[in-house]
Design a protein around this ligand. Structure first.
Ligand SMILES: [Zn+2]
Length: 270
């Protein structure tokens, strides 16, 4: 049996208890994409991993691969940046959890995508800063679907080739077809969501901006909420079910498509 030692930058995107004292950790790594590994004795009080295997932590990962198992053996994880602030605030934690859940569910194991790794770090950095957490998660989703090869075609109707609807008109985003279908062409019951011309225009505009510009872009909250709803629907469709964290965010009244932080849109108490 051959064993190989690997070294890569990585972020903890999931973790669960395993057996008596081990931990099963899911990493998103720069060099290997998603890697699941067992951290032996990580739940013991004086574990050599210390507190390093917390969710969102970025570090230098050393792991062993064996031919026998899909699971790697975590040898060391040296913290580079803890992203602690993302864990300490309910909104940031909720949106950060949504980001890493979508990433984890949409990427296959050992399928490297360094651009996606970079996007994850930028999203966590934004969640740690002063940006609204909704916007940071929105920016992640907007770019992640492209990087994962699921870019929707938004410039014209896929059926009749008529250009995108005007702001006042509406259309349907057909996720199976991979883009926009104008209102007359949309089949009843087709797989997708109704979308306003303003949201189509907004998504097209935001896709052309840099990451920092997306974070700073002035977008009315109801329009941002509609666009976020589209991305959330696309994520749900790609994953095959509603992400667990979306259900959590709905419970705390902070879905990605929530228009504001006041709770007014859902009638809740902020
Ligand atoms: Zn059409």
């Amino acid at each position: 049996m051959s064993v190989a030692l690997r070294k890569t930058q990585a972020v903890v995107i999931g973790r669960m208890a395993l057996g008596e004292s081990d931990r099963l950790v899911t990493f998103y790594t720069r060099e290997f994409g998603k890697v699941r590994g067992v951290a032996k004795a990580a739940r013991r009080p004086r574990s050599r991993f210390g507190g390093g295997l917390e969710l969102f932590t970025q570090g230098q990962l050393l792991f062993f691969e064996t031919e026998r198992s899909d699971l790697a053996q975590v040898d060391a994880f040296d913290m580079v940046h803890p992203f602690q602030a993302v864990r300490e605030h309910l909104d940031r934690l909720a949106f950060g959890s949504w980001v890493v859940e979508c990433l984890g569910r949409l990427s296959a194991e050992r399928d490297p995508n360094p651009a996606l790794y970079g996007l994850l770090l930028r999203a966590l950095g934004a969640l740690e800063g002063s940006v609204r957490p909704q916007r940071a998660a929105f920016g992640f989703a907007l770019r992640a679907v492209d990087l994962l090869g699921h870019r929707l075609r938004l410039d014209r109707c896929l059926a009749c080739s008529k250009p995108s609807p005007a702001d006042a008109a509406s259309a349907r985003l057909d996720f199976t077809a991979g883009g926009l279908v104008c209102e007359p062409c949309a089949r009843y019951g087709s797989d997708g969501v109704d979308v306003s011309g303003a949201a189509v225009g907004g998504l097209r505009r935001l896709r052309t901006l840099s990451w920092d510009e997306v974070l700073k872009a002035s977008v009315p909250l109801p329009l941002e909420a509609e666009m976020a709803g589209v991305l959330e629907a696309q994520m749900t469709r790609l994953i095959g079910q509603v992400p667990r964290t979306t259900r959590f965010m709905t419970q705390i009244r902070r879905p990605l498509s929530h228009a504001g932080g006041s709770g007014a849109a859902t009638g809740g108490p902020g």
